[in-house]
Design a protein around this ligand. Sequence first.
Ligand SMILES: O=C(O)CCC(=O)C(=O)O
Length: 262
Amino acid sequence: MKTIDKDFVKFFDENGYQSGIDVLNSEETQDLKKNFNAFEEKIGKGNTQYSLHNIHVEYPWVLKVATHPKMLAPLQAILGQNLILLDSRFICKYTNDEVPVEEGVEPFVAWHQDIRYWGVDGDVVSVWLAVDDADLENGCMLVIPATHKSGILTHNQAKIKGNLLSTNQEIPPDLYDKSKAIPCPLKAGQMSLHHGHIVHGSEPNRSNRRRCGFVIRYIATTAYPIKDENRPRKFPTTVLVSGKDEHKNFEDHSPEWFDWRK
Ligand SMILES: O=C(O)CCC(=O)C(=O)O
C-alpha cells in the first residue's frame, strides 16, 4: 500500500510517473469487470478496444470509478484540490483469437507524449486503472522516467502497422532511450499515474489474456485551453470532480445524476 505523502509527490515530480497504487477493493474490481464485460457483450470487442471514449458522462458506473476517493487522493496531492476530469477512454488489447487482426499485425501503443493531443496548457496527469491484471506478457504500459522534462518532442506517423493511437503518431526512436523504459505492471483494481509530457507506450499483447485499462486524464482548474485557429478544440465532457472552479476555463458538463460532494 503506497502512502500519499511528500515523497510520493516528489517521486512523481522527478520521474513523471507513479505505479502500483491500490484503488479498488476486490468487490469494486469485480463490479468494474462485470460492467465492462456487459458492454463488450453488447457492442462487440472490436468496439470496446479503443472506441469507448468519454462515456463517463453517460454511465454512472464509469464516473463512480473515475471519482473514487482512492483515485482522487494522489491526484489532489499532485495537482491540488481543484480538479477537472478532462477525458477518459478504455484501452483494451485483446488476444488475436478475440479480435483478429491482419496477418503479421499486432496492436500496440507507439512511444508518444499525451500532451500532443489535449490542446491544454497546464499539467495533465493520466490515471491508468487496470481492469485486468496487466504485465509485460500482455502489454502493460512502459514509461521512460523523467522524460516529462524534455519538452514536447517531434511526433511522426508510425511506420509499423497496429498502433492503437487514433492519430497513428510516434516519436522517432533517436529522440528517446528505450533501454531506460520501466514497465508498470498492475493487478486489476490498481492504477499507475503518468504526466502528460512523459514518453510512454506499450508492446503487443502476446499472452492468452485480455489487457484492459481505463485511462482518465485530470487537470487542475488553473489549466486552460490552447487557442489554435488551425485546430479549434471543444471539451464537451469535462467534469469538475473535486474542489471549486474559480477560473471557469472549462465548462462543467457534470451529468444531472452526478454530484461528487455526496
Ligand atoms: O494502454 C496503453 O497501452 C497506453 C495508454 C496510453 O498511451 C495513455 O494512457 O496515454
